[in-house]
Design a protein around this ligand. Structure first.
Ligand code: BG6
Length: 484
């Protein structure tokens, strides 16, 4: 057994990290447009409450330049999309995961009519993909909700957001349904807990004293309901559609066989899976309900919310996988230095320059675990390695470290498929260099395609093929059989 013949090989990008043109053609400001450049970000800064303040947001809003806000310029995919899609096609992509910037369609989120310029822009993207026979996998919300909704309602804490999101989703299905069959609702829905502003527009200053956790769980509830209602609309509007949910797969190991370590890792894995449980099994797990109760967290639910969740579950589970995490009851243990998740350092694993521990076997473990638990098709919608690349005098870029990373992960993925895991696609993050979500750096490069732009925004935006470009092309051509 090997990868299925129609396996969706490709790459994944998000609107807020590639498009740029943050104020073009009627686009409103999104939460990503106020994310500043943070080259020295530590896990303490990133995790928890992300240290976003109302003052920071107001100041960013006042400053309409792109200098300290790199996501506003992205890699100018907005104007380079034809060239970029042609390069993806040259690699043989079968699929491209993109996201729709909500603020191009509804600039503040509250308009009664959509912005036609935004619809026109995405239609041209879909037409370009169709021209190259590339299947779109469309994320409705990838860290780019309208800033207005965040400031006015404290983001997803307010129930109104459900209606606004479903209205946006309906416009997307009606406008783009003829081009796209694969959809997914929220990028890494579980990340509301790790960075509530980026994912759900929650501004800690706006939460009553000591109530940030309650705000997070309330926002999550609203997103689950919105995802279910969007799924319902998608099925009504697009024939044969497939709607997925998405998880950051944070496979956690116990640091030792000390039962206390095992218990910590168990809780960590349960806490990660709960978001998929709700969207795939259609109900809050009993353990989760007890956890909320024991922690004094009260979630406001409307009368038919449980029914909505039960009746509109996901068709497939998509997930991102970058690294594993290790838990220890011993608080003196050295912490892993990755800038997005906490945990202790796993001595068996190497790390990237950003401290993300590289664990290909962890991907196989994740696939087996997820398929055994949910028994619906899986798509890996993000996997990749941020690294600094060097351009040689002749313009070549020898990124053997990136090839090694992908080779080992795809090899493990293949072993999981050989065991019977129903994996239908793999979209690497990101096939082209883009602005890092956590640090807003350009120098944290993920692509098979190099983009000539530095952290300050200097450069020609010229696209160059790295060695990994040819390598991935061959992987796709041989359907994952030749990885050398
Ligand atoms: C995922 C996000 O969590 O990680 C992507 O969905 C992001 O948007 C990716 O780019 C890598 O993170 P970073 O911070 O290195 O860009």
């Amino acid at each position: 057994m090997s990868f299925r013949e129609d396996f969706l090989w490709g790459g994944a990008i998000s609107a807020n990290q590639v498009e740029g043109a943050f104020d073009a053609d009627g686009k409103g400001m999104s939460v990503a447009d106020v994310a500043s450049y943070k080259p020295n970000l530590s896990v303490e800064d990133y995790a928890g409450h992300n240290k976003v303040t109302l003052k920071m947001i107001e100041e960013a809003k006042e400053d309409q330049t792109t200098e300290f806000y790199p996501k506003r310029r992205g890699i100018d995919f907005y104007h380079h999309y034809k060239e970029d899609i042609a390069l993806f096609a040259e690699m043989g992509f079968k699929a491209l995961r993109i996201s729709i910037a909500w603020t191009r369609i509804f600039p503040t989120g509250e308009e009664s009519e959509p912005n036609q310029e935004g619809i026109k822009y995405y239609k041209s993207i879909f037409k370009e993909l169709k021209k190259h026979n590339i299947e779109p996998i469309v994320t409705l919300s990838h860290y780019e909700m309208p800033l207005h909704l965040s400031l006015k309602y404290n983001g997803w804490v307010e129930r109104k957001l459900v209606d606004y999101f479903v209205k946006f989703a309906k416009v997307c299905f009606e406008s783009f349904g003829e081009y796209a069959k694969y959809w997914l609702t929220f990028n890494e829905i579980d990340s509301v807990g790790r960075h509530p502003f980026t994912t759900a527009g929650i501004i800690p200053d706006k939460c009553p004293e000591g109530k940030i956790d309650e705000a997070i769980y309330q926002a999550l509830h609203h997103q689950y309901v919105a995802a279910a209602l969007a799924t319902k609309e998608c099925r009504k509007i697009i024939k044969d559609s497939k709607m997925g949910c998405m998880l950051t797969k944070l496979t956690t190991y116990p640091n030792t066989c000390n039962p206390e370590d095992v218990l910590l890792s168990l809780n960590s894995n349960l806490g990660n899976h709960v978001h998929a449980d709700i969207q795939i099994f259609g109900e809050y797990p009993r353990l989760y309900k007890t956890f909320l109760k024991n922690n004094g967290i009260k979630i406001k639910m409307e009368e038919n919310d449980e029914e909505i969740l039960k009746e509109n579950t996901a068709d497939y589970l998509s997930f991102s996988y970058y690294m594993s995490r290790t838990e220890s009851a011993d608080t003196t243990k050295e912490k892993a230095s990755g800038n997005t998740i906490m945990g202790v350092k796993n001595p068996y694993l190497p790390s990237t320059e950003w401290g993300w521990q590289i664990d290909p076997v962890g991907l196989r473990i994740s696939l087996i675990e997820l398929y055994d638990r949910y028994r619906i098709p899986l798509i890996i919608v993000e996997n990749g390695m941020g690294a600094k690349d060097v351009i040689e005098a002749d313009g070549t870029i020898h990124d053997s470290y990136r090839i090694d990373y992908f080779r080992e992960h795809i090899r493990e993925m293949k072993k999981a498929v050989e065991m019977g895991v129903d994996l239908i696609g793999y979209t690497s993050w990101a096939p082209i260099d883009c602005i890092s979500v956590s640090t807003s750096q350009m120098s944290k490069r993920y692509g098979f395609i190099y983009v000539d732009q530095d952290d300050e925004g200097n450069g020609t935006m010229k696209r160059l093929k790295k060695d990994s470009f040819i390598w991935y092309k061959n992987v796709i051509k041989t359907n994952g059989e030749i990885l050398e």
